[in-house]
Design a protein around this ligand. Structure first.
Ligand code: HEC
Ligand code: HEC
Ligand code: HEC
Ligand code: HEC
Length: 357
């Protein structure tokens, strides 16, 4: 009896040790690593990277070649030949046809091709819901490329930046009800203690996104006075902030010091320029989610929604996929100028256009 009990204890300890070691090893990089100094000595302003992981990430994040070159000598506009093209009518028929072929490669499953968005009998029909979604996604892509250049720069984005050949991008989030919980005291988990991948396998709150990448919660938790003068910023918000920061680091495959000087996480005048780019990125993601994606929740069939009925939304990993610049910084949009939107912007209801930050 007692020996049996001892055996169980010993086995238990061995299992826990093996589990811990496994977790540590999966988060551990074998040497040699590279360290690049990016700021003053002694302030930990350096980037540690693993050249083997970087090579693997580069290989996984190759932008596809443009499907074919445009001749560019035909002036016929799409609206002159097609029936129902309120969004892309202004581009040439040639560019239109090429864009259809490209979005099929970027977004639609191979076996369905054009029919993923179209009725075979009538290409002008709007009966397939994915066509309506694609229209809104085109306007969203224009908006990002035109008005968020303080984040996406000249690199810009195409459908492929998020979709990577799949109809539903692989890196998305939705409101997370968490696992079933016990009642009573144990019920207030506050979204914690799960070691979730969304926050870099820490036990920080696993849904920092609802409040910070759809909501506009303040991402400011460090008091600027020596003694606390208000209790507006609680422990919970601090934990959510750190959860979001863990997401930033994993989504971009970088250390905290890419954006912060670790002697003062809040001081903007000591932060590297990437932090400002990230600040704009946060506002861009909020707008993409609230203005373009969430309003589509009535259009999507239920299996395309999260368990609480909201849409699948964007975070930093949707575009970045573990790299500091999506697709290694490949300027894919240069090959598809129609994804920058019309020059004069007639279709975009400019009165609705909010100011980019
Ligand atoms: C991801 C969705 C999607 C896929 C896949 C797709 N299309 Fe389209 N297609 C659209 C949208 C959206 C429009 C309407 C554009 C607008 O509103 O200006 C459209 C319109 C068209 C039209 C204009 C029809 C008319 O007369 O109004 C043609 C032609 C067309 N597509 C051809 C194709 C072909 C050929 C393929 C496959 C190579 C294809 N499409 C794949 C979304 C898609
Ligand atoms: C910023 C990231 C992003 C970009 C850029 C983007 N999409 Fe999407 N797209 C999404 C997300 C996220 C969803 C999933 C929403 C859901 O399922 O609730 C989605 C869903 C879709 C769907 C519906 C798929 C289905 O099976 O239900 C279509 C079609 C689509 N996108 C087309 C496009 C096209 C065409 C472009 C380029 C003009 C594009 N997207 C650009 C993020 C993006
Ligand atoms: C990609 C850039 C980026 C990375 C990587 C990053 N941060 Fe941040 N961090 C920001 C930005 C931008 C803000 C300010 C957000 C705002 O004001 O809306 C911020 C804010 C913070 C704050 C709040 C500062 C205040 O004023 O109260 C803390 C604390 C913080 N980060 C810690 C971290 C830690 C720890 C890591 C690494 C796990 C990290 N950050 C990684 C960009 C980044
Ligand atoms: C719609 C796609 C998209 C999303 C979503 C996105 N980014 Fe980016 N991001 C880009 C592109 C494209 C670039 C490259 C810009 C360039 O080349 O100047 C970039 C560049 C950056 C850079 C500068 C990197 C460098 O080395 O200079 C930072 C930092 C960054 N993003 C942080 C974020 C953070 C944090 C989030 C989430 C809040 C985010 N991004 C979400 C597309 C995106």
């Amino acid at each position: 009896m007692r020996i049996g009990f001892l055996l169980v204890v010993v086995l238990g300890v061995v299992a826990v040790a093996a589990g811990t070691l496994g977790t540590l090893l999966s988060e551990w990089d074998a040497p040699p690593l590279e360290a690049t100094q990016t700021g003053f000595r002694g302030l930990a302003m350096e980037q540690v990277s693993n050249p083997r992981t970087d090579a693997k990430m580069d290989a996984l994040n190759q932008a596809p070649e443009p499907i074919y070159e445009l001749e560019g000598d035909d002036d016929t506009k799409a609206w002159q030949v097609y029936e129902n093209v309120p969004v892309l009518g202004h581009i040439s028929q040639e560019a239109f046809d090429r864009l259809m072929a490209a979005i099929t490669e970027w977004v639609a499953p191979e076996e369905e091709g054009c029919l993923y968005c179209h009725n075979e009998e009538n290409l002008a029909s709007d009966e397939v819901y994915t066509k309506g979604v694609a229209r809104r996604m085109l306007q969203m892509t224009w908006h990002i490329n035109r008005n968020w250049d303080n984040h996406v720069g000249a690199t810009g984005v195409t459908c492929y930046t998020c979709h990577r050949g799949e109809p539903v991008p692989s890196e998305v989030w939705h409101e997370n009800p968490g696992p079933p919980q016990a009642r009573g005291m144990a019920a207030s988990r506050a979204g914690q203690n799960l070691g979730s991948a969304s926050v870099g396998v820490t036990s920080l709150p696993y849904d920092p996104f609802s409040s910070m990448l759809a909501g506009d919660a303040e991402i400011r938790v460090i008091p600027e006075t020596a003694l606390p003068v208000s209790i507006e910023i609680g422990t919970k918000q601090t934990e959510v902030t750190y959860g979001l920061m863990m997401h930033f680091s994993t989504a971009l495959g970088v250390n905290c010091t890419t954006c912060h000087n670790s002697r003062s996480f809040f001081a903007w005048d000591q932060s590297p320029p990437q932090r400002t780019t990230a600040w704009h990125g946060i506002r861009m993601v909020r707008e993409v989610n609230n203005r373009y994606i969430e309003p589509l929740h009535t259009v999507f069939p239920p299996e395309r929604l999260g368990p609480l009925g909201d849409t699948l939304k964007t975070n930093c990993a949707t575009c970045h996929h573990g790299q500091p610049k999506p697709l290694g910084g490949a300027p894919m949009v240069a090959d598809y100028p129609s994804l920058r939107g019309p020059a004069q912007d007639p279709e975009m209801q400019p009165e609705e256009e909010p100011e980019a930050q």
